[in-house]
Design a protein around this ligand. Structure first.
Ligand SMILES: [Zn+2]
Ligand SMILES: [Zn+2]
Length: 182
């Protein structure tokens, strides 16, 4: 896994919840944790003491950073990101496994799954914020959705968290136009 892809971990964690739909929290049981870990097989073997509440707490802090960056408050986002970076158990190691080329791991010193996830997600967010710029962070523009995204499109045009929300918003706009016309 390369450094840039660590940033996806931050977005994935933030999007396990939507502040507008608290009843749909995807991080309340073991299945939710499994889904969050995705293909990180090595992390599955780590202890998971209090993993869910600790990850939900991290999720809240990451959301604040992304929302601050998205709303033009980059200075505050960076301040909070630096607090997380200073506290995160980041221990970089160059490694190769599963026939991959040499690449950087940042969670090698993790004592449990939350430390592993925190190190990688916080480092990834920092890489994305510095390499892409804070204005590339966004909150979905579809009504009723507050999922976040990182805009990696070449023309900086991304407005929605997913194809699903883009389609939903387009259909709603089309209906509104039809109502206005007829
Ligand atoms: Zn690896
Ligand atoms: Zn959305």
């Amino acid at each position: 896994m390369d450094l840039a892809s660590y940033g996806d971990l931050a977005v994935r964690l933030v999007n396990t919840a939507d502040p507008g739909r608290p009843e749909q929290d995807a991080l309340v049981d073991a299945a939710g944790l499994e889904a969050l870990l995705g293909d990180r097989a090595a992390w599955r073997r780590l202890p998971r003491t209090d993993a869910l509440p600790r990850l939900r707490a991290l999720r809240e802090r990451l959301r604040r950073i992304v929302e601050d960056a998205a709303s033009g408050n980059a200075a505050r986002a960076v301040r909070e990101l630096n607090v997380l970076l200073a506290a995160a158990p980041i221990s970089p190691q160059v490694t190769a496994h599963d026939r991959q080329p040499w690449h950087l791991h940042v969670s090698e010193g993790a004592h449990d799954v939350v430390e592993a996830y925190t190190a990688a997600a916080v480092m990834g967010l920092a890489v994305q914020l510095t390499e892409l710029g804070p204005d590339r962070f966004g909150v979905c523009a579809a009504s009723g959705c507050r999922h976040v995204f990182v805009d990696t499109s070449t023309n900086r045009s991304r407005r929605y968290c997913s194809e699903r929300c883009a389609t939903r918003a387009n259909v709603a706009a089309y209906r509104a136009r039809r109502r206005a016309a007829g």
